[in-house]
Design a protein around this ligand. Sequence first.
Ligand SMILES: [Zn+2]
Length: 342
Amino acid sequence: MKKSVFIIFSSLYFQISFAQYTDIQICNWPNNAKAAFSIVHDDFGTYNAQGIQNYADTICKRKNLVFTTAAIINECDDKDWEIAKKLISHGHQIVNHTMSHRCGVAHDWCMFGNWGPADFGYEIDSADIILEKRLGLKNHFMIFPFDLHTDTMISHLKEKKYWGARAGVLNEVNTLQNIDFLHLNFAEHFPQNKPDSSLNAYIKKTIQNQAWGIQTIHGVEDFSWGKLSLIEYQIFTDTLSKLQKRGTLYIGTLETITNYINLQKNTSLKQRKLNDKIYELELVSSTGNFTEKDEISLKINTKDISKITQNQTEIPIQTINNERIINIKPINGKIILQLNNN
Ligand SMILES: [Zn+2]
């Protein structure tokens, strides 16, 4: 008896809470892109990697692209911090690449000295404090020097509630089903790589898997390890820019893409029928409140929705990859969906 009452009650509850009057879905990636992609420039602050500010910034700005750059904190002087602020104002992101860029695991080829648990306070925590003091932003990401890291380092980042670390498998992409934020997979541009084929192969793999690709490059036309020449970087960013314009790729920083994945996983849609032609849509977060930065892309599958407004402002419906898409800031409140009159 009790059980059947429970079933009736729960099915009723299900109908009330999750009634879907119109078919609307949250897109896997921003703007309904097929896949997401990040460029990471390592070694910001060093003399050898000055192409990051001298070339990458200007080129990306012109092509509407953004990147993440990993700063070696001890190498950054006042001038570099001013440059870092300018990069942030262009939509780029600066993350922790430790204080002194030593080797996290001893290797014959790594001759810059080692660091371990006794140095976490200095290499990780102090670096974050300086980043916050200089840039006014809390750091959430670690790029390990030479990609050398240990489980103890990852545990420390976990305790510090880091959002992500580039510590996954080389030449692999991150799928929504199997993403491990503290072991993000990535590709690295090695000096011996042929940029055209290796960079393109990783972009292709990212799109084929509808995943998130993270491409590491050091500097551009400078003295950094595995640098790209100016022409190589132009070709690489042209490819990305074209794919972004076409709606195939969303290019974002580690932070914007991580934030979108979390939003996508933790947001549900609630619908309410106001009358035969008007429905109300509310985005609900299972982790708390939305922030000003949060923006989510929705796929409008119901064909006869003719007008969408939020706070009396009409939301433009765009056609991307043959689907009708809207971008919504959940913090701006409930959405009104209006159906055709015929
Ligand atoms: Zn480095």
